[in-house]
Structures are given as structure tokens and as C-alpha cells.
Design a protein around this ligand. Structure first.
Ligand code: GLU
Length: 297
């Protein structure tokens, strides 16, 4: 089994990302599998300088041990180009000149992540002379899968999302392509991550099919919420940001959050001991599905 943790270096490691790191680590390592680390620094304007090194140092300090070399998405543009060309040969891709505003204006209805793309440029870009994005044409079919935590899921890609972007008009590869390309390259068989990515998963499964590959098993962890019921972020105060000082205590809280039952006496123990307890006693089936407000901050 091969699992992975793929943080985006858009800020410091916070409790929500620690839950994802811990969940993905224990799920695969407690059964003797490999755990890989990938820095998702694909989108330069969102990358915070120094954040990646800080996250990696902290993970190391907390006792997480990864297999192989760390993958940096910013260094893999050639590989993403190759993967995009592979899809292009199959005839599923098209150039699109629509701006977000135009899509909003002509979209039949709103999907969870903005308007559903109405297929405007399927037969060729309406304004071919400008910068164009590359989209993949999706079928009017349901993609269904069984998530190991959230249960049965289904989505009609054409009606709920629309043809989606793989290469942006500003010259960046889209997350959906990069994540699938990277997981394929690494042979990832188990994806454990936050439930905010549940809605993206059918798009990713569709891409696996386009590449003629078998998709991994998916486990979407409940999202840690702040008092405002929004996904936890550093806006929720300094206590949610993981540091060397609070790392052990937050790891203990993260185990509780994942439905495990670490002994109270372990709360003040060194992070490595808490992780060691997790490796021995972790039970994937105990992870709850519902998002929860984090009340210790
Ligand atoms: N980089 C994404 C995040 O930090 C995770 C992507 C994934 O696990 O597929 O939310």
C-alpha cells in the first residue's frame, strides 16, 4: 500500500492539516505501507515563501518518517506536459477562451465550486487569438465511488461540474491534473485527505479512467471547523497553528479528532511517543464522517 500527504505551502501547518497528515500516515503505516510526501507548490501566487520548509521541518520534528524523496510540484512541469499530451492524443481536450465572467453569465446553474461550464468552446475557442485554457470534455454520466469514511458518492460531471480546466489561461497546470499525474507516477493506492476534496474526487477518478489507470481507494476525513463553522484556518487564532511547543498536544488532539482513544497520560508525552501509540492502536474504522468544531482552541 502506498499513501501520501500533499500539503499546499500556502501558510503554516495548522490543526486541520495535521489531522490530514496523521490520518494518511497512520492509515498506511499501521499496516506496513509506504507514506510519501509531496509539496503542492503549483500555484506560485498562493505559495508563501518559507512555508514548505517550515511544514517539512515540523513533520520531521513530530516524528513523521516519509519514504523516498519529497516531490515538489513546481519542478514537474515537463511531466505534466507529457500527461496533458497523452490526454490530448485521445481527443478529449479543447481550448477555451471564456473568462470566468462569461461562464458565470452563460452557465445554466451553479455547481459547488462556481458555475457549471456550459460547453461554450467545445467546438473551438470563441476567441482563438487570446490566451486560452485547456479543458477536458466530460460525459453526461454518473461517476460513483465508495469513500472509506464518507460512504457512497456519486456525481454527474457534465451536470454538476462541466468540462473542467487542466491547463489554465495563465500558463499553470490545474490541481486536478497535477494531483492525478503525481499519484499515478508514485503508484499511490490510498488517498486519505480532508473532506473539502470530496467534490473533486469524481473529476480525478474520471482522469484516471482517461489515462487507463485504476484509481486509488479514497478516505475523506471530517473537516476540522472553527467556531464560525468554517474550515479551520490560522484566522482561528494562534492555538491552531502547529509549533514545536504545542505539536505533541495537538497530535494527541488530532488522534482524538480521528476517533481514536489515546490515554490522557500521553497528552504531555514527546510527539514521537504519541505517534508510536497511534501506529500500534490506530483503527481506520473509528474515524467519524461528520465535520466537527474544534473546541480546544
Ligand atoms: N494540497 C491539497 C491541500 O493541501 C491536498 C491535495 C490532496 O490531498 O489531494 O488541501
Amino acid at each position: 500500500m502506498i499513501g501520501r500527504f500533499a500539503p499546499s505551502p500556502t501558510g503554516p501547518l495548522h490543526f486541520g492539516s495535521l489531522v490530514a497528515a496523521l490520518g494518511s500516515y497512520l492509515a498506511v503505516r499501521s499496516v506496513g505501507g509506504k507514506w510519501l510526501l509531496r509539496v503542492e507548490d503549483l500555484d506560485p501566487p498562493r505559495v508563501v515563501p518559507g512555508a514548505a520548509d517550515e511544514i517539512l521541518n515540523l513533520l520531521d520534528y513530530l516524528g513523521f518518517a516519509w519514504d523516498g524523496d519529497i516531490v515538489w510540484q513546481s519542478q514537474r512541469y515537463d511531466y505534466y506536459h507529457e500527461m496533458l499530451s497523452e490526454l490530448d492524443r485521445s481527443g478529449w481536450l479543447f481550448r477555451c477562451s471564456c473568462s470566468r465572467r462569461e461562464i458565470l453569465a452563460s452557465a445554466p446553474h451553479s455547481g459547488e465550486e462556481g458555475p457549471v461550464y456550459p460547453g461554450t468552446c467545445r467546438r473551438g475557442p470563441v476567441k482563438p487569438e487570446g490566451q486560452t485554457a485547456i479543458r477536458i470534455r466530460v460525459p453526461d454520466e454518473i461517476v460513483a465511488f465508495c469513500d472509506g469514511i464518507q460512504g457512497g458518492q456519486k456525481q454527474n460531471l457534465e451536470r454538476e461540474v462541466g468540462d473542467f480546466v487542466l491547463y489554465r489561461a495563465d500558463g499553470q497546470f490545474a490541481y486536478q491534473l497535477a494531483v492525478v499525474a503525481d499519484d499515478i507516477a508514485a503508484g499511490v493506492t490510498q488517498v486519505v485527505r480532508g473532506a473539502d476534496l470530496l467534490f473533486s474526487t469524481p473529476r480525478q477518478i474520471f482522469l484516471y479512467r482517461c489515462f487507463g489507470r485504476v484509481s486509488p481507494d479514497y478516505y475523506h476525513l471530517p473537516l476540522a471547523l472553527g467556531a464560525s463553522r468554517e474550515k479551520l484556518s490560522k484566522r482561528d487564532g494562534p492555538k491552531v497553528v502547529v509549533t514545536k511547543n504545542n505539536g505533541g498536544a495537538l497530535m494527541w488532539e488530532a488522534l482524538k479528532y480521528l476517533g481514536q482513544d489515546p490515554p490522557l497520560a500521553l497528552r504531555g508525552a514527546p510527539p514521537g511517543d504519541i505517534l508510536g501509540w497511534g501506529l500500534r492502536y490506530f483503527c481506520l474504522a473509528n474515524i467519524p464522517a461528520d465535520n466537527m468544531i474544534v473546541d480546544f482552541c
